[in-house]
Design a protein around this ligand. Structure first.
Ligand SMILES: Nc1ncnc2c1ncn2[C@@H]1O[C@H](COP(=O)(O)OP(=O)(O)OP(=O)(O)O)[C@@H](O)[C@H]1O
Length: 256
């Protein structure tokens, strides 16, 4: 086990951003933390990193962490090359060789100024700086946000490569199709709580969709309201097979 979170709670004033959540990440595992905007994902990551002071709970980390933040800020007046050199100087276990390999792989000119990078290129530079660190756990907050589909796949391949060497990944994303491609286990978070946590395949097998007349209620998430009937996502193995996108939507919007 590389990370263990038990009963984590974080409040901002009266707002409970993270409400008593627990999960752990094993070595060599890719763990996806999913949830709608404001669910508490970034706050969870920041508590793990010690960037936010938690109100309650235990966090156990067994190794070194590399972190890719959601908000990407770099010194605008520097060139990419200078930025890599500075990171090499300041960061322990940084591989400048890997940084230049990734830079050429991403096809970015090292002489370009940070201020002249497009949004997607800035994300790529951040990815290079984070992925060139030798760590046991890579915490990635929306790593593929703003990347084109080809670049996204390249980054997903790189993330997968970490696990071949026994490294672990905790990452957040809104793009479920992407999570489906690489995550081993996922947690679905909404309003500060974890509503579902399991291996992806188990979650997909656990839920099915059933349609019921409007007046009938059942134990499940109300997913869609049609003219004459309601569609519920329920935990059993009868009914229609559904995708992880649909399960996610029902869980975060529906009342059980
Ligand atoms: N520094 C802060 N001060 C006050 N409230 C905050 C602060 N940071 C986050 N929040 C609130 O805490 C809640 C959780 O925010 P958080 O950024 O953790 O969500 P998230 O799941 O990462 O969302 P997104 O997907 O939009 O990035 C939100 O209601 C947000 O407004």
């Amino acid at each position: 086990m590389i990370l263990k979170i038990e009963g984590l709670t974080k409040k901002y004033g009266n707002l409970i951003a993270v409400n008593n959540i627990s999960f752990e990440i094993n070595r060599g595992e890719i763990f996806g933390l999913l949830g709608p905007n404001g669910a508490g994902k970034t706050t969870t990551l920041k508590c793990v990193l010690g960037l936010r002071k938690r109100n309650n709970g235990q966090i156990q980390i067994n190794g070194k962490i590399a972190y890719l933040p959601e908000k990407k800020q770099l010194y605008k007046s520097l060139t990419v090359e200078k930025m890599i050199e500075i990171n090499n100087f300041l960061t322990k276990d940084f591989s400048i060789k890997k940084a230049y390999e990734l830079l050429s792989d991403f096809n970015i000119d090292k002489k370009i100024k940070i201020s002249n990078l497009s949004h997607g290129m800035l994300t790529q530079i951040y990815i290079i700086l984070t992925f060139s660190q030798n760590a046991d756990l890579y915490i990635l907050d929306e790593p593929t946000w703003g990347l084109d589909p080809l670049m996204r796949n390249k980054v997903l391949d790189l993330i997968r490569e970490f696990t071949y060497n026994g490294k672990s990944v905790l990452y957040t994303s809104h793009i479920l199709s992407e999570v489906e491609k690489i995550a081993d286990r996922i947690a679905i978070m909404s309003k500060g709580q974890i509503l579902e946590i399991d291996y992806l395949d188990n979650i997909k097998n656990k839920y099915t969709a059933i349609s019921l007349p409007k007046e009938e209620k059942t134990k499940g998430y109300l997913w869609k309201s049609l003219e004459k009937e309601n569609v519920w996502i329920v935990k059993n193995n009868k009914g229609e097979h559904i995708t992880i996108d649909d399960i996610f939507e029902a869980i975060v919007k529906g009342e059980w």
